[in-house]
Design a protein around this ligand. Structure first.
Ligand SMILES: [Zn+2]
Length: 218
């Protein structure tokens, strides 16, 4: 399957001379090229991807390909170890627990709810994300997962973000999904209300103001 096929080093018509022009065309939005080929890893087809996001990234997902294909269907797939029961998202082919001796994991669907473990406000970014500044990058443990996944938290006032706050996962519309992490983001759960302002929140708010003003000029 070739989806949104563009000029890339894996395509025969690729010319390095055209590369700069391609980069200039792409500003706010990533493009992707992807190919699903027959493979033997985990009895599934392998997914290969190239994504241009200020730089060209090449992915060969191998045994983790079901994760990518599930994203295209709007689902989050993580893994569970049949020996110790540990669930991880993003997925792992083999259990991380040393006692499990690289036990092969099984696929499980991950709920689209979680809690923030750690977060930061980004005050500068690569070209494709400049107009989103200042944005929150949050590490979230989804469902019962023992590992956290980093992604953007869409929140009106970044300084209100809190460790432990409940979030929900929002998926990009079907026609915009590319089978990669950029297919989803976090938003505060409807049940969450920000706590009163503190000196630390005031400090972060003050740091955000010049960024907000600068982005208006872009
Ligand atoms: Zn295990």
């Amino acid at each position: 399957m070739a989806k949104n096929k563009h000029i890339t080093p894996l395509n025969k018509e690729f010319k390095w001379d055209n590369w700069k022009k391609v980069g200039e065309k792409v500003e706010e939005k990533a493009w992707t090229w992807q190919n699903i080929r027959k493979g033997s890893a985990g009895g599934t087809d392998w997914v290969e991807q190239q994504i241009y996001y200020d730089m060209l990234y090449t992915f060969r997902l191998g045994a983790l390909s079901p994760y990518s294909k599930a994203l295209l269907e709007g689902k989050l797939l993580g893994t569970k170890c049949p020996k110790c029961g540990d669930i991880t998202f993003p997925p792992r082919v083999n259990c991380w627990n040393l006692d499990c001796r690289l036990q092969k994991t099984e696929w499980v669907e991950i709920p689209k709810k979680g809690k923030i473990d750690a977060w930061t406000v980004c005050g500068f970014a690569a070209k494709s994300a400049l107009k989103k500044l200042p944005f929150v990058l949050a590490y979230v443990r989804l469902g019962e997962s023992k590992t956290a996944v980093a992604n953007i938290l869409k929140i009106d006032e970044p300084w209100q973000t809190e460790i432990g706050m409940p979030i929900v996962v929002k998926m990009a519309p079907k026609d915009k999904r590319v089978g990669n992490l950029i297919d989803f983001w976090f938003e505060p759960d409807k049940s969450w209300k920000p706590s009163p302002m503190t000196p630390e929140k005031e400090r972060i708010k003050k740091l955000c103001q010049p960024v907000i003003e600068w982005v208006k000029t872009l």
